[in-house]
Every structure is written in structure tokens, then in C-alpha cells.
Design a protein around this ligand. Structure first.
Ligand SMILES: *[C@@H]1O[C@H](CO)[C@@H](O)[C@H](O)[C@H]1NC(C)=O
Length: 300
């Protein structure tokens, strides 16, 4: 009896090892450390760390190029006094008319809040910043930062909670990133001329090296290689569930989004009437919940 139980447990255990082993992405296969002269490291295949000291930061990029995807990564940010440091995690294409989808984490003094800065570039033009505080300490543990990018929308999420949605508004003349494949990039660098309290707080190099960690990378995505997407043609039908390609926010997620925007958003280009005194960008005016937000903040 005991030995039957043991052998069942053994096979369950073996199954779990094989199963988990095949689903956890191996950082060595997915990414190249592109700069930092040894400051970026893959540890045991499923953990990657970047570090920054006075001489240099470091960074990595994905081997694959993606055109649409649902991409999750867990990050644990520089702890303690991280003022002046920026950890950037983003998708970007190449060339002068590049597209880009950005998460940037701006460090702070111990105990003071990080800022999560987001932006969307299409055809080389950004200026669509939204910034947030987080509802947890992003340095104490790993948290999941996700980008859902499909032809209709880009949704930024944190631990499954949407914080920002950028809709395709091409019908009113707003370019949307949908033609240029992008790579995932991340870097840890010194930006103490602007990052913390607008540049007032400088990097304390006595705290170096600063380290950010990455794990549990997961991409349900269309990989583009030699001009062909894995999501078109016969490869697509065999590769299974692509529900994310038309995913949108359900009612519960829309409520979560509003909760974040109401309680944690600290900057929104769509309500910056000083900056856009000549007129707001068209996508800001159209969006329904922004309209009420803008009206409120103008009244306020
Ligand atoms: C750092 O902390 C200060 C004081 O609480 C806050 O005003 C600022 O927004 C925080 N974040 C950054 C990145 O400056």
C-alpha cells in the first residue's frame, strides 16, 4: 500500500517536473543580454538579473520579434534607495518611424513610492504618458506586468488588473501600432537628471550595485520571422487558442481599470489642459470615460 502511494506520488512528481519544465520559458533561449559587460545575468535559466553601477547599466532584448501578443513578465524592482534609477521594460520596433509600448519604473528613496510610467509610440510619435503609483511595494516581491497587444487595443496590466487601455482610433486619424514587429527590451540605467522628483533626488552610488530581477516570462504571441507571422496560415490553426487576439475588457476589468485610474493615476496626458491648450489629441477627446474625467478636472 505504502509503496503504491509512493510510486503514484513519484510519477505525479515526475509529471510535474516534465510539465513545468516545458512551460517555463528558458531565458537563455528567449533573450540576449545586449549590453552591460556582464552586469546582466541569466541564473538557472528561469531568473534574469540586471544591475547598474556608476560605470554602466545593463539590458536585454528578445530574440523573437512579435506582431501582437499577450506578454507577461514578473519583475522585482531595485529595493531600498533606488532614487535616480529607471527600470525600463518595453516593446519596440526599429527605424525612425518606430512603434513602442512602454513600462518604466522610476525609483525613489527608501519608503517613497516608485512611479510606473507608461507611454505608447506609433510611427515615431509618443507624448501619450500616463503615470501611476502602485498599490503594493514593487521591490518586496515579484509582480506580473503584462501587455496585451492586438489589432483593436493595447492593455497594460499589473497582476491581472488593467491600468491603461489604448484603443485603436485609426478611424479618427490616430496611428495605431500594427504594422511593425517589435522586440521585448529591458534595461536598468541611471536617469537621475529627471527620474526622481523630477531630477531633484540624485542616485546614491554608495548603494550600488542596483539590481532588478525577472522571472516567469510568458508570451502568447505572433512571432514574425522572415516576414511571416506564426499567426497566419496553417501554423496558426495548429497553434491553438488565440482568444487574446480579439480580447477586450469585460465589465469587471473595466471597473478595476476605473479603480486604478481613480486611486493611483498621478498623470494623464489626456487631462493635461496646460500642455494641450491648443487642443487635446483626438483619442483623448473621443474616449468616453476620459471625457467625463476631463470635464471633472476642469471643473475641479
Ligand atoms: C518619490 O517620492 C516623492 C515623495 O513622496 C513623490 O512626490 C514622488 O512622486 C515619488 N516618485 C518619484 C519617482 O519621484
Amino acid at each position: 500500500m505504502a509503496s503504491t502511494t509512493t510510486s503514484i506520488l513519484n510519477s505525479v512528481f515526475l509529471f510535474m517536473i516534465i510539465f513545468l519544465g516545458s512551460t517555463l520559458a528558458d531565458f537563455n533561449n528567449e533573450f540576449d543580454i545586449t549590453w552591460g559587460d556582464g552586469r546582466g545575468k541569466v541564473i538557472n535559466r528561469d531568473l534574469l538579473t540586471l544591475s547598474l553601477d556608476k560605470a554602466s547599466g545593463s539590458g536585454f532584448e528578445s530574440r523573437n520579434e512579435y506582431l501582437f501578443g499577450k506578454i507577461d513578465m514578473q519583475l522585482k524592482l531595485v529595493p531600498g534607495n533606488s532614487a535616480g534609477t529607471v527600470t525600463a521594460y518595453y516593446l519596440s520596433s526599429k527605424g525612425s518611424n518606430w512603434d513602442e509600448i512602454d513600462f518604466e519604473f522610476l525609483g525613489n528613496l527608501s519608503g517613497d513610492p516608485y512611479i510606473l510610467h507608461t507611454n505608447v509610440f506609433s510611427q515615431g510619435k509618443g507624448n501619450r504618458e500616463q503615470q501611476f503609483y502602485l498599490w503594493f511595494d514593487p521591490t518586496a516581491d515579484f509582480h506580473t506586468y503584462s501587455i496585451l497587444w492586438n489589432p483593436q487595443r493595447i492593455i497594460f496590466s499589473v497582476d491581472g488588473t488593467p491600468i491603461r487601455e489604448f484603443k485603436n482610433a485609426e478611424s479618427i486619424g490616430v496611428p495605431f501600432p500594427k504594422d511593425r514587429p517589435m522586440r521585448i527590451h529591458s534595461s536598468l540605467w541611471n536617469a537621475d537628471d529627471w527620474a526622481t522628483r523630477g531630477g531633484l533626488v540624485k542616485t546614491d552610488w554608495s548603494q550600488a550595485p542596483f539590481t532588478a530581477s525577472y522571472r516567469n516570462f510568458k508570451a502568447d504571441a505572433c512571432v514574425v520571422a522572415s516576414g511571416k507571422s506564426s499567426c497566419s496560415g496553417s501554423a496558426a490553426s495548429s497553434s491553438g487558442n488565440q482568444a487574446w487576439l480579439s480580447e477586450e475588457l469585460d465589465i469587471t476589468k473595466q471597473e478595476r481599470l476605473r479603480w486604478v485610474q481613480k486611486n493611483y493615476m498621478i498623470y494623464n496626458y489626456c487631462s493635461d489642459s496646460k500642455r494641450f491648450s491648443q487642443g487635446f489629441p483626438p483619442e483623448s477627446i473621443r474616449s468616453d470615460y476620459w471625457r467625463s474625467w476631463i470635464i471633472q478636472s476642469r471643473r475641479g
